[in-house]
Design a protein around this ligand. Structure first.
Ligand SMILES: [Zn+2]
Ligand SMILES: [Zn+2]
Length: 309
């Protein structure tokens, strides 16, 4: 089914996370961006419209299943939206996270996820199996003194980790999830989620092939025919020349992948911290022009925007 081509709810001046998203309002899968930045968070008037928090996206199915994509700094506001920002803590939350990889920009929000302070919350985290050991141990080595005052295992909520390998398929409520390893420094997964008859692929960090190099069939498989593809579009062509092996893609590649995989709606994601609002507007305009002949809708992720699939 073709996706909506504009955000159905978006920031209109007020911080979007203070508005409760009513479950199932649209009767479909909803996708809300709480962090769309890559590499490093940024702040200031130049980043006002797209936001400066790093990767964290909430997927809400019509049966009100909460699926969190990545645990970047946007996770703090996401937690406030589904629970509360009140200092005394909000209500407990049951949610599942799909973590793509362990780079800082994808995990820094974890200890700031408010629902973890509630003993009745349950947070399941699926993430890539690490060569260094179990996911719980590897993340526990970062979320502990002296990096963070409270060790991960001392947070009040129930926190369960699931180590995921390439090609694994699992269910989150009614949603079916498929994980594949994609090209990026370190072990990195991309995800495809199917729920309510809709499909979404999430590849926030994906290194495009060098000229003449074969395409990654695993990435293509995840994206094939999806309604919405949220994809790495961090660089311009000029930037890629200087950062060929830094693990990311250009806007042009994101459009080309959407074309080859017959995607309906491409959402540009993992914005470079050096790109201000104006620059991101230009990149979106360029992508929309490139995608127009194939009737692919293109959007650029910004904090507070909700899309229905
Ligand atoms: Zn990243
Ligand atoms: Zn990364």
């Amino acid at each position: 089914m073709p996706a909506a081509n504009v955000p159905v709810r978006a920031a209109d001046g007020a911080p979007p996370w203070i508005r409760e998203v009513a479950p199932g309002t649209l009767g479909r899968v909803e996708l809300t961006f709480y962090g769309a930045r890559g590499s490093c968070p940024c702040a200031g008037v130049r980043y006002q419209r797209y936001g400066g928090n790093t990767a964290s996206v909430l997927v809400r199915t019509s049966s009100d299943e909460l699926i969190v994509l990545d645990l970047g700094t946007g996770l703090r506001a996401l937690g406030a939206a589904v629970s509360s920002d009140h200092p005394s803590g909000g209500r407990p939350v049951q949610a599942t996270a799909l973590l793509t990889h362990l780079h800082f920009d994808h995990i820094l929000g974890l200890p700031f996820f408010g629902p973890l302070r509630h003993e009745d919350s349950v947070f399941e985290v699926y993430g890539p199996r690490q060569p260094e050991g179990e996911l719980s141990g590897v993340l526990g080595d970062v979320v502990r003194p002296p990096f963070f005052p409270v060790p991960l295992q001392h947070l009040l909520s129930e926190l369960r980790f699931h180590d995921v390998g390439d090609g694994e398929v699992f269910a989150i409520g009614d949603a079916k999830v498929r994980a594949r390893v994609v090209r990026h420094p370190g072990v990195t997964l991309g995800y495809r989620i199917e729920a309510d008859g809709q499909s979404l692929a999430y590849l926030p960090d994906h290194q495009q092939p060098a000229p003449g190099e074969a395409w990654d069939h695993r990435a293509l498989e995840l994206c094939e025919g999806v309604d919405v593809l949220v994809h790495d579009a961090q660089y311009t062509q000029f930037e890629l020349e200087h950062k060929k092996d830094w693990g990311h893609s250009t806007v042009e590649f994101a459009v080309e992948l959407a074309r080859r995989a017959r995607v309906h709606h491409l959402v540009l994601f993992h914005h470079d911290p050096s790109h201000d609002d104006e620059m991101l507007d230009d990149m979106l305009e360029q992508a929309a022009k490139l995608a127009a002949p194939d009737r692919i809708t293109v959007s650029s992720a910004r904090e507070g925007a909700t899309f229905s699939i």
